[in-house]
Design a protein around this ligand. Structure first.
Ligand code: SF4
Length: 299
């Protein structure tokens, strides 16, 4: 069976929109209606007129789509695709931090569960974290779970005190990138510009020429002829497709959770309407306020 063709036929028959994260395998990105980073997928899920959304990414992304579109059917081909970063911040931790810092708003990275978002004031993505923090009136802001992203926010918004919860949370894939690896690639490709994702450690951010979300990379990497891309390796596929004349060099960084979905999984999910995402109404209503506040702050 040609799964890609059958998936496109089924999506049309079932009025389904396939939204795919930039880190997914190339063959999944190639059958998508929309590819993007977390912010782009959240926005498109909210605007979509299709009755069914199929989210190819990790579970919190499917929850976010369901929260923003409660009237739609949201499916995820692999519900076991989790995010170890999202697991590092629980609703209890948010409540404890808020009671220790009364009045300080909690900015939560979208890489978090629906239950955790429901306890927070506003969400952010790597694309808009600084804008979100800047938009808040309070001088002190609680931020989690990614301490590396928080460090980048501090650089851009020095007038605020940003307290991280947990103190040292991080994405295991991005956090293990080292300055040695950047330096080795610079020696190998001396004309390349280095751009890293803000989930990388502060010393890796400093060793890079630029810092940006995957969406930022896709929009801006046509500007130079040669790049060293410091983020999950799936991003190389859309970059090479969009800028065929540009040279891209990646790093050894693979998120296993982002590689779980196969074309067969996607086909079966669409064909059977299985793996529907459910978010309890009260949790969804509270989490939606935090997400919509972010969308307004970064409009
Ligand atoms: S790359 Fe990191 S933050 Fe993204 S899904 Fe994988 S573990 Fe989570």
């Amino acid at each position: 069976m040609n799964y890609a063709e059958e998936i496109r036929k089924l999506a049309a028959e079932k009025d389904a929109l396939i939204l795919v994260h930039n880190y997914e395998p190339a063959e999944i990105q190639d059958v998508a209606d929309i590819c993007g980073d977390s912010l782009e997928l959240a926005r498109k899920a909210k605007e979509a007129s299709a009755s069914t959304l199929v989210i190819c990414g990790v579970y919190f992304m499917a929850e976010t789509a369901k929260i923003l579109s409660p009237e739609k059917t949201v499916l995820i081909p692999r519900p076991d695709a989790g995010c170890p970063l999202a697991d590092q911040l629980t609703p209890e931790m948010v409540r404890a931090a808020k009671s220790a810092h009364p009045g300080a708003p909690f900015v939560v990275y979208v890489n978090s569960s629906a239950a955790t978002k429901a306890e927070c004031d506003i969400t952010c993505t790597s694309a808009n974290a600084a804008d979100v923090v800047r938009s808040l009136e309070s001088d002190t802001v609680l931020f989690g779970p990614d301490a590396n992203l928080a460090s980048w926010v501090r650089e851009q918004v020095p007038e605020k005190t940003v307290i991280t919860v947990p103190e040292n949370g991080g994405c295991p894939i991005h956090h293990k990138v080292t300055v040695d690896e950047i330096e080795r690639l610079r020696r190998e490709f001396p004309n390349a510009t280095v751009i890293c994702h803000p989930e990388c450690a502060p010393e890796v951010q400093k060793a890079s020429d630029m810092i940006g979300s995957t969406g930022y990379m896709i929009r801006n990497c046509g500007e130079k002829q040669e790049w060293i891309i410091v983020t999950e390796s799936g991003i190389l596929h859309p970059l090479k497709k969009r800028y065929p004349e540009t040279a891209f060099h990646g790093i050894e960084a693979v998120c296993d959770n982002m590689k779980l979905i196969t074309l067969k999984d996607l086909y079966e999910t669409l064909a059977e309407g299985k793996n529907e995402v459910v978010v309890e109404k009260e949790t969804a209503d509270r989490a939606r306020k935090a997400i919509e506040r972010m969308i307004e702050a970064s409009a």
